[in-house]
Design a protein around this ligand. Sequence first.
Ligand SMILES: [Zn+2]
Length: 109
Amino acid sequence: MLILFDKLYSMCYTSDMEAEVIKCPRCNSKSGQWKNGFTKADSQRYRCGKCKCTYTPERKKWGYTEEEKKQALRLLTDGTTGRAVGRAMSMSKANAYRWAKEFAKKGLL
Ligand SMILES: [Zn+2]
């Protein structure tokens, strides 16, 4: 279940990333930004072709890190209630429910 979930999650994550405009935080260049592997937290790293720096763009869509989101959804798929997830993750239960709804709509939960 979790392996399947991770697979589907990364599929969503990839299509999500493609819609974002990646900008170098150092030189603000929007062109020549290359994917450069992943961080320990599983966030996409980028490399700027202009100033050669590597960076991890902040994901602003939900305001939470990939790990936090994954963990919350894992708890939900394990049968934990949204309220308990919210308490465990110190965030609004609405977030957990919203994420779950999004995944459910895609048939991933
Ligand atoms: Zn740069």
